[in-house]
Design a protein around this ligand. Structure first.
Ligand code: BYC
Length: 337
């Protein structure tokens, strides 16, 4: 299990007197602030304020949970993919999402919270994961739309996280973003092919876009005015761009892609604003968003039940791995003796 300080030895000196401890804390805080102001990275062995650590564990573990729960809606289509090529691509994509979860759990573990603790939070329903994965994937077009829009929104949110002030998270995000970029393109390409197909295929794409568009806009989180965590996270360099600004960037980038695809986006208020040099868009249904975040979306219960079952079914694998490791340790001990 990782601790805050990898380099602290057992049997350290007794705790310093309160006045000394206060001065040490102030010096550590000043060093931390200087690093943040200089845009340097904070590393696991560095001193950090408790709330910085808590915020990171919250965000990174939620992110990790989102990746592994995010495997489920698309995983549903692996056995029904329309060709061998699409099946191979989808298997690779879903596997990548599992990998992202693992990098992110590892990054969060460097802050002193174990993977078991994080998974317990997910399985008990206490921890959050992205709202977007609580909606059903009704047709094959949903798989393409998830790649194009959901992964597209994820990249928009995650590119700035490559510059996050916490080193292990920032470094994990570099690899995640490279893979997400492939995910987005494969989704868009799958839709481009469907849009050259029959009228029924085109209608299927349009229907999937209609169902996912608003959910993707909500994915960026509540408006800045209702986002309790944003200000402090921005000051700490964890978040670099606000929820609303990312949402706007996503809309501006996606409208031209929709035109190339030949579909319409389901928003009568969507129009270019010459003065702002951005697209205006309609109101998001935040009541629906909060209901979903709070466990009452169409698939919340099913998603959690599937995750819990997968975890329980994997118990024997974890036990076997531990038994194998301890057997190896015993052999190594015997050889060294
Ligand atoms: N869903 O103060 P705010 C993926 C919560 S995975 C649920 O703005 P913050 C992919 C928020 O946690 C996509 N909850 O919070 C995988 C907070 O509640 P708590 C996941 C949400 O943290 C497979 C409260 O609302 N990406 O891309 O500053 C296949 C107030 O919000 C949501 C990440 O996790 C939501 N959509 O900002 C395909 C990226 N939005 O914790 C794709 C990393 C907000 O105070 N995370 N909440 O109880 C972030 O960038 C930030 O955490 C967020 C929220 C922008 C999501």
């Amino acid at each position: 299990m990782y601790t805050q300080s990898f380099n602290v030895q057992d049997g350290q000196a007794a705790a310093p007197a309160p006045a000394v401890a206060l001065a040490e804390n102030a010096a550590a805080q000043a060093k931390f602030d200087a690093k943040i102001n200089a845009d340097d990275k904070i590393e696991p062995q560095d001193w950090m304020p408790d709330n910085y650590r808590k915020t990171l564990v919250r965000q990174i573990s939620q992110h990790a949970h989102s990746e592994i729960v995010g495997m489920l809606p698309e995983g549903n289509w692996i056995s029904r993919a329309p060709s061998l090529k699409r099946k191979a691509i989808l298997i690779a994509k879903v596997q990548d999402e599992g990998g992202h979860g693992l990098y992110l759990y590892s990054a969060a573990e460097t802050l002193g919270t174990s993977r078991d603790q994080m998974l317990e939070g997910l399985h008990s329903g206490r921890a959050k994961y992205s709202s977007i994965f609580n909606y059903p994937t009704l047709t094959w077009a949903d798989v393409g739309v998830i790649g194009w829009l959901v992964d597209g929104a994820a990249i928009m949110n995650q590119i700035p996280l490559c510059r996050c002030s916490y080193g292990p998270y920032a470094r994990a995000m570099i690899r995640v973003c490279k893979e997400e970029s492939f995910h987005q393109r494969q989704g868009y390409e799958a839709l481009l092919v469907m849009m050259q197909g029959t009228a029924a295929q085109k209608a299927m794409v349009q229907d999937a876009v209609n169902r996912w568009w608003w959910k993707c806009l909500a994915m960026f989180g509540p408006p800045d005015s209702d986002s309790p965590n944003s200000d402090q996270a921005m000051r700490w360099g964890i978040k670099r761009i606000s929820n609303d600004d990312l949402r706007q960037k996503f809309v501006d980038a996606t409208v031209p892609q929709a035109k190339v695809l030949g579909i319409s986006l389901p928003d009568p208020d969507l129009k270019w604003n010459e003065q702002r040099q951005h697209y205006d868009f309609g109101a998001i249904d935040w009541d629906e968003f909060w209901a979903t975040v709070n466990g009452n979306g169409p698939c919340n219960k099913e998603r959690l039940a599937t995750r819990v079952k997968a975890h329980n079914d994997g118990q024997w694998v974890r036990e076997a791995a531990l038994a194998y490791a301890s057997k190896h340790r015993a052999v190594a001990h015997k050889e060294a003796a």
